[in-house]
Design a protein around this ligand. Structure first.
Ligand code: MN
Length: 262
């Protein structure tokens, strides 16, 4: 079995009972470990993750999570960690602490006879988005892309890494909290097949001949299972702080979506 999950947003200051949350994510991984060959974490597993040049004691709060990952790794389960837009600032630490392979960009994999496109989902757009969307939406996308460029700037990353962790974290966790509270107050449900960026992207890929059997994304915190062409399907994984949803691919190549109940 291959499992996919995303968006736990561990450590979020907007999520009450952080320990219980982390415990539930660990229990979910433990459940998967019974028959997992690989586990793909598709981004934003942390609400804010930054690796500083100075030792960051606050990372200790995630010890139980890392302990679980190392245990699964020892059992021979392949762990994959995609960076999201909240936890892209890893420079080797995460891989070392978890034993997971870290992916900084989308990738396509072949498993059980299926081709699968995997990505967190932020910054993924159809190529004609500038003509396609009305100006109000275009502005919003542009604002997000500017922020994304700032997050990805190696100069700014270097400078941020020089900060004392206490100061950097204060800034980072409160930015992340704000974005979480904003979303909770004003959730953005599925926009529909003709507006949802990730759907438009996947459809375009199929149209231009980059065929994949499945597309799996995180990022949007919505649960979506959609047939985009007769032989291609996409999923958006939901999240692991409210819905605790995940997907699994069995050895016959069947993909299904589930919700974790304790
Ligand atoms: Mn995200």
């Amino acid at each position: 079995m291959i499992y996919f999950l995303s968006d736990a947003h561990l450590g979020s200051l907007a999520i009450e009972r952080g320990w219980a949350h982390q415990k539930k994510v660990i229990d979910m991984l433990e459940m998967m470990s019974k028959d997992a060959v690989s586990i793909y974490m598709l981004g934003d597993m942390f609400d804010f993750w930054m690796e500083y040049f100075i030792h960051d004691k606050s990372k200790r709060q995630y010890s139980p999570f890392f302990k679980e990952l190392r245990k699964l790794n020892k059992q021979g389960i392949h762990l994959h960690f995609f960076t999201g837009n909240h936890d892209l600032w890893t420079f080797g630490g995460l891989a070392q602490m978890s034993g997971a392979e870290v992916h900084y960009s989308p990738c396509s994999i072949q498993r059980y006879g299926k081709t699968i496109y995997l990505a967190h989902g932020d910054g993924i757009l159809p190529s004609d988005w500038e003509e396609y969307y009305p100006s109000r939406v275009r502005k919003k996308i542009k604002r997000f892309m500017r922020l994304r460029a700032i997050f990805n700037s190696s100069t700014l990353q270097f400078l941020f890494r020089c900060l004392p962790p206490k100061i950097g974290n204060k800034f980072g966790y409160s930015w992340a909290k704000k974005s979480r509270l904003k979303e909770l107050a004003n959730p953005c449900p599925f926009k529909g097949e003709h507006k949802e960026e990730l759907v438009l992207f996947a459809k375009e890929q199929e149209k231009i001949g980059n065929h994949r059997d499945y597309y799996i994304f995180g990022h949007r915190h919505i649960e979506l299972d959609l047939q985009i062409t007769p032989d291609s399907r996409m999923m958006i994984l939901g999240d692991c702080f409210q819905q605790f949803t995940y997907a699994k691919l069995d050895k016959h190549g069947n993909l299904s979506m589930h919700s974790y109940e304790q």
